[in-house]
Ligand binder design. Sequence first.
Ligand SMILES: [Zn+2]
Length: 378
Amino acid sequence: MINRRSWLRGLALALGATASKGTAHALASAEEPNPQPSPSTQHLALADYEPKSMLQVHESRVERARFPAVDVHTHISVSAKAENGIELASARTYLGTSTELLAVMDRKNIRAMVNLTGGFDEGLVEAIGKYDKAFPGRFYTFAEPSYSRFLEPNYPKLQADAIEQAHRAGARGLKILKTLGLYLRENITSGKLVKIDDARFDPMWDACGQLNMPVAIHVSDPIAFFTPTGRFNERYEELNNHPDWFLVLHVGNFSENLANVSENLDHFPNMSVDIAARIGELGRQPRTSRKLFDRYQDRILFGTDATPHGDEFPQQVFNDKLYEIYYRFLETDDEYFDYAPAKVPPQGRWRIYGIDLPESILHKVYNQNAARLLQIKV
Ligand SMILES: [Zn+2]
């Protein structure tokens, strides 16, 4: 019978040209008792660790989405002034020009981008003019609440009226950043945190419902950002009392627990989710994810969180590579590949697996669900 040492040696030799001397040595000595780590191993800083997968698996390159995609979650503009996480200025800072955005969109088969952070008042009107109106059908802009007026006594009505104005100006929905829930306080930047189901926002939700404007809401943060006390576990309860549609971003920010996301989707028929910046989570549980897509195929939307020049967050930087990774995740059964265009996986040191969705589901996820929710033609 062949012993383990010679089997390992044989394996190392069989690797031939692809195996370096170091690999062969590591394999051959793997069964020696308690090998002492070499000094270089002991002093390797985690930040310098860039393991290269030795797996020899099929690599697909998906350059264009199978169906024209609507990216429902992007950030083309941001508030020009923010304090303690609260956007205070109507004026916008633009992160990408329409020319550079359209070039990538055309190459990657992206029919439209939804700019969630369009802001409010004149800034919103300007953003809509620069993108939606200048390139009909290619860009859609969402409005945001103006928290700077939160202390005004008639804020609930003011904010509801602002939604109507935003709608008239061409806004396609309302975006709620995690400002509400994590940053907005009774005195705007100080005092007690304002809960997301605070009654002062009721007229705003009602206005959205009446105008059929979907609400894209980012609540909380990934569970690992918190101590394990489950601070925001019941975050959807009150929202269910309102008739408008909720697009709960980042797979409800609980892609670590898809059973919980399913429960919420079952419980709240007006809730949809996008997959933005969470394929790292979805792709490391490909079988559970695939079941989620099968079951809720009418309520999952394509989105990336793409931010032009957002290099500090590689999992959402707007470029060709980012889209190719999303398409590969959705369309192929490739195994163990990077979920972000980065040297080191930015959201955790693992790789992901494709979920190989059938055409019918791809079509819904890429554009049909978005078209229905946003009431747009694709
Ligand atoms: Zn986002």
